[in-house]
Design a protein around this ligand. Structure first.
Ligand SMILES: Nc1nc2c(c(=O)[nH]1)N[C@H]1C(S)=C(S)[C@@H](COP(=O)(O)O)O[C@H]1N2
Ligand SMILES: [Mo]
Length: 214
């Protein structure tokens, strides 16, 4: 852990120095908000595998299972009855666009984890979506306080193209980790690289470390 933090800090500092030279600003916040080689957009691009599944709330279920004490299968009403949260965060997509100040409404991943109780051997999370997409995360990354299963964006229900009725939001990693049209959250003792991870994307995907590929 000590080693990792040192590496992280060193990378951020190196980039901050480079950024200062490029932007000519010494405002630390301005420098640090846009990760390396990202550009800011104000629209909201749509990225998918060429299918945008239609998932009605009437038949929607969210399964949270695998290495847990108490697996659950929630219907929409049960999901919406869970404590609701509102969190603002930035999007960083590996295709180099970033979008600031997204307000997400939904259920914090911590609430779901408290419900299912991960077993001691659970270290990974595999997200499964209705379009066949999968992505993998370390459990500790998925459990961060700014991670949500979101049903709304800026107070408006998600549109189909952005993952309605519910998607995962893991803002500290590139946006491919934020699975749209979520249907199953699987906890696992072993890692299982997802759709893009087996096609050359980085297994972790930290935008500040530019963990894009490999
Ligand atoms: N189910 C599913 N989730 C997905 C994807 C996908 O193809 N299918 N694409 C990922 C990628 S690469 C990105 S950048 C974001 C795009 O989300 P957006 O279309 O809402 O901007 O969703 C991620 N989640
Ligand atoms: Mo992406």
């Amino acid at each position: 852990m000590g080693d990792f933090n040192e590496k992280l800090t060193a990378a951020k500092q190196a980039w901050a120095r480079a950024g200062r030279l490029l932007t000519g600003t010494t405002d630390p916040d301005k420098e640090m908000r846009l990760p390396p080689r990202q550009r800011l957009v104000t629209n909201w691009p749509v990225l998918d595998l060429g299918v945008q599944p239609h998932v009605p709330v009437e038949t929607w279920r969210l399964d949270v299972d695998g290495a847990v004490v108490n697996p659950v299968s929630l219907d929409w009403a049960q999901f919406m009855d869970l404590p609701q949260a509102d969190d603002q965060s930035d999007i960083h997509c590996v295709t180099q666009w970033s979008r600031y100040d997204n307000r997400w409404q939904g259920v914090k991943t911590g609430v779901l984890l408290a419900l299912v109780q991960p077993r001691p051997e659970a270290r990974h999370v595999i997200l499964h979506s209705h379009d066949g997409y999968t992505t993998n995360l370390l459990l500790e990354h998925f459990a961060e306080d700014d991670c949500l299963i979101a049903h709304s964006h800026d107070g408006v229900p998600l549109t189909r193209e952005h993952g309605a009725p519910a998607r995962v939001i893991v803002p500290r990693y590139y946006f491919w980790k934020s699975a749209k049209w979520i249907k199953r959250i699987e906890l696992s003792a072993v890692d299982r690289p997802g759709f893009w991870e087996v096609r050359g994307y980085h297994n972790v995907g930290d935008p500040w470390l530019e963990e894009r590929y490999g």
